[in-house]
Design a protein around this ligand. Structure first.
Ligand SMILES: NC(=O)c1ccc[n+]([C@@H]2O[C@H](COP(=O)([O-])OP(=O)(O)OC[C@H]3O[C@@H](n4cnc5c(N)ncnc54)[C@H](O)[C@@H]3O)[C@@H](O)[C@H]2O)c1
Length: 255
């Protein structure tokens, strides 16, 4: 196999959560460009259908599946739908997430639960459902979208619940990787830096200016900045890699 062939995802079957928007949408399209059929899973079905249209124009098969990643039965139904349609699941990318701001002394219990539910429990439920199916075949690659917020208390926006959930998702990635390494299933993560998506679009000019001033590369991330890493982690090119977190942040965490 040539080195470039090892990055190909020809006929692989993939599922991407949070793929109606932003980073998840960009990764879903990248997997399809690399040759995979991609199920687009999101609670936003209209957005999921738009992503599916982009995938269809690439000549790949696609499915739009409405699911809330905090609900075990909906996550399991999403994986079952892929299995019924395509017979197997080779790749799972878990990008669904939310961010809510708040100083730690003011965060409401409801906001804490909401962020931890989606950004941590959601990753657990997805890894569990995807991993169970992959373990049966002894093959598969899972990529969790974490954040630099797992590693640093970034600023000026404060969100201690988000930092905590992302740190948990980082460690959960390592736990799954260690437990499944001998059974053919790899689990890695990507930690994006500040990236312009609908999640961050509302950030004040001063906030974005602070992010920019603290980014050595002097630009914010774009969803496409994570496409190469996702294809790499999903593919055989990363066959000996598991439990690793790829920080992709224009150098933000260097300073
Ligand atoms: N944008 C950034 O600066 C940034 C930086 C680091 C990490 N991240 C992470 O990247 C991931 C994607 O973020 P984004 O910037 O693309 O945001 P986004 O808002 O553009 O996309 C998030 C997607 O997740 C979906 N979603 C949210 N809650 C869900 C739920 N309970 N069930 C199913 N789907 C749900 C939304 O409908 C949306 O389509 C998130 O996990 C986020 O924490 C983003």
């Amino acid at each position: 196999m040539s080195i470039l062939d090892s990055f190909a995802l020809t006929d692989r079957k993939a599922l991407v959560t949070g793929a109606a928007s932003g980073i998840g949408q960009s990764i879903a399209i990248a997997l399809a460009e690399a040759g995979a059929d991609v199920a687009v899973v999101d609670r936003d079905l209209a957005g999921a259908n738009e992503t599916c249209q982009s995938i269809e124009t690439l000549g790949r098969q696609t499915l739009a599946i409405a699911a809330d990643v905090t609900l075990k039965n909906e996550v399991e139904n999403a994986v079952d739908t892929v299995l019924r349609s395509w017979g197997r699941l080779d790749i799972g990318v878990n990008s669904a997430g939310i961010a809510i701001r708040g100083h730690i002394e003011d965060i409401s219990e409801a906001d804490w639960d909401r962020v931890l539910d989606i950004d941590l429990k959601g990753i657990f439920l997805c890894c569990q459902a995807e991993g169970k199916i992959m373990l049966q075949r002894g093959a598969g690659s899972i990529v969790n979208i974490v954040s630099i917020s797992a590693h640093i208390v970034n600023r000026p926006q404060l969100h201690g619940h988000y930092n905590t959930a992302k740190a948990g998702a980082f460690q959960l990635t390592r736990v799954c990787a260690a437990e499944w390494a001998g059974r053919g299933v790899r689990v890695n993560s990507i930690s994006p830096g500040h990236t312009l998506t609908p999640m961050t679009a509302h950030a004040e000019d001063e906030t974005q200016a602070t992010w920019l001033a603290n980014t050595p590369m002097r630009r914010l991330g774009a969803p496409a900045d994570y496409q190469g890493a996702a294809v790499f982690l999903a593919s055989d090119a990363s066959a000996y890699m598991t439990g690793h977190d790829l920080v992709i942040d224009g150098g933000y965490t260097l300073w």
